[in-house]
Design a protein around this ligand. Structure first.
Ligand code: NAD
Length: 274
């Protein structure tokens, strides 16, 4: 495995298993710098969203990198108000314009807004059919949301991007989506940074001479998660990609998985109000 090693999605599209997340990175210099640093280090996958308000900076850094467009995998997400207003198509074209790209590699429904996600999916299927999106998927979906979607869907979602880390291993959700051939993508893979000081993680990092961030991210990779750690600092972006010259053994993997407490840092997909 190496930095741009890919997972094959259910429609044959390849997604690099490691990407850079840019949630809470400011539009302008901060996001441009982070994306440029990541591309320099060898990342080929960037995860943004309409809601992050930095799509334009992501697109600018990608264009200015002079790396061929098809070598970079770009994810963005349809934000909740569009699902309530029913203007998903307009929102998609808005993201495409902000990014300044001709197509998006992966477009996700950001949250399962109850009154809108079934219709939103049909709009995304249409855009996918036009070739404007290489793969379409979900974020923050629980099994019952997928069951509802499946009643009318004609395209199987390629991924479900969910909060996932050692305090929230979501074993049943992962197994359910995988049984449908839907890949699992982990957001807040470092628990928003809070897991970096966890004593078990720190001890294992000491055992193998790696950093806590690397231990956490390697645990995700070995569990088969697509992973999108966020940082805007070059040294951390570099550190978070140095994951391919070591492995955790079974005992270390099991100790980390045993930290699960079903504890979220973010909102609950069955009870959110934004
Ligand atoms: P994360 O788990 O990636 O943690 C990020 C925090 O850890 C930042 O404060 C950063 O400064 C710190 N950090 C990163 N690398 C470090 C290192 N090597 N050493 C020390 N500190 C380090 O949290 P996140 O940003 O919430 O999640 C990652 C990405 O997932 C986001 O940027 C976004 O792209 C995506 N996301 C998606 C959703 C969704 O609803 N789909 C929700 C949240 C996040």
């Amino acid at each position: 495995m190496k930095i741009d090693s890919a997972v094959t999605l259910n429609n044959g599209v390849h997604i690099p298993q490691l990407g850079l997340g840019v949630y809470m990175a400011d539009e302008g210099a901060e996001t441009e710098y982070a994306v440029r640093a990541a591309l320099d280090v060898g990342y080929r996958h960037i995860d943004t969203a309409k809601a992050y308000k930095n799509e334009a900076s992501v697109g600018k850094a990608i264009r200015e990198s002079n790396i061929p467009r098809e070598k970079i995998f770009v994810t963005t997400k349809l934000w909740n108000p569009a699902l309530r207003a029913g203007n998903e198509e307009e929102e998609f074209y808005g993201s495409l314009r902000s990014l300044g790209l001709d197509y998006i590699d992966l477009y996700l429904i950001h949250w399962p807004v109850r009154e809108g996600y079934v219709r939103a999916w049909s709009v995304m299927e249409k855009l996918y059919g036009k070739g404007l999106i290489r793969s379409i998927g979900l974020s923050n979906f629980n099994p019952h949301h997928l069951d509802t979607l499946e009643q009318t869907a004609t395209v199987t979602p390629a991924v479900n991007q969910i909060e996932l880390h050692p305090l929230l291993t979501q074993d049943e959700v992962c197994a359910y989506f995988r049984s449908k051939n839907i890949a699992i993508e982990a957001w807040s893979p470092l628990g928003r940074g809070a897991l970096l000081a966890n004593p078990t993680i720190v001890r294992i990092a000491g055992e193998i001479g790696r950093t806590p961030a690397q231990v956490l991210l390697r645990w995700h990779l070995q569990r088969g998660h697509i992973v999108i750690p966020k940082s805007v600092r070059r040294e951390r972006i570099t550190e978070n990609a140095a994951l391919f010259d070591f492995a955790l053994n079974d005992r270390q993997m099991n100790e980390i998985s045993a930290l699960n407490r079903n504890e979220r840092f973010g909102p609950d997909p069955d009870n959110f109000n934004f």
